[in-house]
Ligand binder design. Sequence first.
Ligand SMILES: Cc1cc2nc3c(=O)[nH]c(=O)nc-3n(C[C@H](O)[C@H](O)[C@H](O)COP(=O)(O)OP(=O)(O)OC[C@H]3O[C@@H](n4cnc5c(N)ncnc54)[C@H](O)[C@@H]3O)c2cc1C
Length: 328
Amino acid sequence: MPVELGGGGLDSVSLTLFERELGRANFALQYLVGRPSNILQACTDEQRERYLLPCIKGEKIDCLAMTEPGAGSDLRSMACRADRNGGDYVITGTKHFISHADIADFVILFAATGEESSSRGPRKLISAFLVDKGTKGFDVRPGYHSVSHRGYHNCILEFDQCRIPDSQMLGHEHQGFAVANDWLGATRLQVAAMCLGRAHRALELAVDWAAQRKQFGQPIGRFQGVGFKIAEMRMRLEAAELLTLKSAWKTDQGSATDSDYAMAKLYATEMLAYVADEAIQIHGGMGLMADLPLERIWRDARVERIWEGTSEIQRHIISRDILRPRWD
Ligand SMILES: Cc1cc2nc3c(=O)[nH]c(=O)nc-3n(C[C@H](O)[C@H](O)[C@H](O)COP(=O)(O)OP(=O)(O)OC[C@H]3O[C@@H](n4cnc5c(N)ncnc54)[C@H](O)[C@@H]3O)c2cc1C
């Protein structure tokens, strides 16, 4: 967040290095450090006083709700809608998988506010809103039990004729995805950076074990079967780090594209899955024991390929950027 708003004012490269270091620990620590969603920078006038500034000061916590039981990767198909009613909007629908909504003070909600015709048929128009906890018709229920990141909960949000004034809209009507695109691209970078930190830690543990654990009279790292794993892990980690830092640097230059973020997120998350798995393999049975941090790193790694856009969606973004100019 910018210094003039009370934030740290870090550039994107510095922020990425900071996220990488936090990533060495766990998501619970990252949340304790607490960073409000970038998208709150789209707040105007009174919204800044009520939401953005208290979040930066750590006095309020936000959560962000897009996903629904019937709309995950295909967010535009969301059923949650906000109907205009005088100077208000009336919201109806359900969101799920919403991270830490149980402890949030308000939700940044995406809902359909209309429909337009497109060459592929009718297309929903989406807007973003700020909805306070405690607003009549808005309930937060416990969600499911995730294998990854057990330091916090995901929740189900129910909106039943929930009425809010139109001053609660974030950005302009029907421009919800535009606001998201303006501010949330770098969240993929954050995921990538966190994966780097975890992978560094897993690799260090694997190297220590390979250097010390003896079988057949010598350290297992002397066996090519183990040593080559270490080489591969190191190389993929280095490649993911370069890709992530390059995207961060391009963000600072104002030239980062969706494809840059997609490549960093895709490669770093898949790298972490590989490194965590191989680190366990090098540890043998001990690797699976919850007494070591590897078991948690391995579990936590799983969600990284799913949230903030699945690996398949990242591949879609990258290939679309390459191919679309040939078709347009
Ligand atoms: C722990 C956790 C926390 C989360 N927190 C939040 C949150 O705070 N806020 C929020 O809004 N959401 C949150 N999410 C939701 C997350 O972003 C979605 O799970 C994710 O976008 C995928 O949607 P889905 O689970 O509905 O899967 P689906 O979209 O149903 O996908 C199922 C499978 O189909 C594949 N697929 C779908 N479409 C295509 C396509 N066009 N081409 C190729 N393959 C495709 C997917 O890649 C995937 O493999 C969270 C999820 C988890 C697990």
